[in-house]
Design a protein around this ligand. Structure first.
Ligand code: FAD
Ligand code: FES
Length: 233
């Protein structure tokens, strides 16, 4: 059984939920999460934002019915968690890496930087519509943290100095970044989002077309090499 330590609002429509207990999971993986005893039958896929010996954290945006019902849960209430699922970002050593996130794609970058920071140089670029104070905590595991407010983040990036670029967020943003990386011979990994039902590779709801044929985002991804993906706009 898993119990909520806190579930607090961090901006207009973003929440952070911490759940007590011992959990497994790595950078870029996700859990299917849903309230217990509610009408919601299928959990919603949410990336691991942070994990330590005493608990796990998820950062999520209220969009529809599922995320709204998550936002209504209170400290001490039980929650249904299944995971960790998916293939996350790979490990790297002695590289200069840019982590780039837009929208809810900023959520997994915290654990990602925490896990890569020791062995690599990490710059984090976060794109938001308006200033978001909560995210200054990302500085802890970054050589540099840059906020890109209001504009198209891809117009402001100079990726020349990086060996590797890791992205999460809107596909149109990830596609533009892939195109830049391709021109400059920079390795790029993207994290894809699809509607999900089972989360474990059984229902095929999350199938996407790649250069290696159909893949399940929940099981084969959500992280893929940028060069393998047919991005959709
Ligand atoms: C691997 C993975 C990791 C994710 N990690 C996070 C995270 O860390 N934080 C977070 O806030 N969100 C994350 N998401 C997205 C999150 O799962 C959806 O926002 C959530 O399922 C919406 O459920 P809902 O019932 O609130 O909205 P719904 O009522 O199902 O949908 C509301 C609106 O959002 C759109 N929508 C719903 N799900 C998706 C999706 N997966 N992709 C694109 N549009 C969608 C619908 O088309 C609709 O317009 C992730 C998704 C995936 C696949
Ligand atoms: S969600 Fe069922 S196969 Fe991916």
């Amino acid at each position: 059984m898993s119990f909520i330590e806190y579930n607090k609002k961090i901006s207009d429509d973003m929440y952070i939920m911490r759940i007590n207990g011992e959990f497994k999971g790595d950078k870029g993986q996700f859990y299917m999460i849903k309230p217990v005893d509610k009408v919601m039958i299928i959990g919603r896929p949410i990336s691991i934002h942070n994990i330590d010996n005493e608990g796990i954290e998820f950062m999520y945006k209220v969009l529809g019915k599922g995320s709204k019902s998550l936002s209504e849960l209170k400290t001490g209430e039980q929650i249904d968690l299944k995971g960790p699922y998916g293939n996350g970002y790979p490990d790297f050593k002695d590289k200069k890496i840019a982590l780039i996130g837009g929208g809810t794609g900023v959520a997994p970058l915290y654990l990602l930087s925490k896990r890569l920071y020791k062995d690599n140089k990490i710059d984090i670029h976060l794109g938001f519509r308006k200033e978001e104070l909560y995210f200054s905590k990302y500085e802890k595991y970054a050589n540099e943290l840059k906020f890109h407010i209001g504009n198209d983040i891809t117009n402001e990036l100079n990726l020349d100095e990086y060996d590797i670029v890791l992205t999460c967020g809107p596909e149109i943003m990830q596609e533009k970044i892939y195109e830049i990386c391709k021109d400059k011979n920079i390795i790029h990994y993207a994290s894809l989002e699809k509607h999900m039902a089972c989360g474990i590779g059984a229902c095929l709801v999350c199938t996407c077309d790649t250069k290696q044929g159909n893949k399940r985002v929940c099981k084969d991804g959500p992280v893929f090499k940028g060069e393998d993906v047919f991005f959709i706009e």
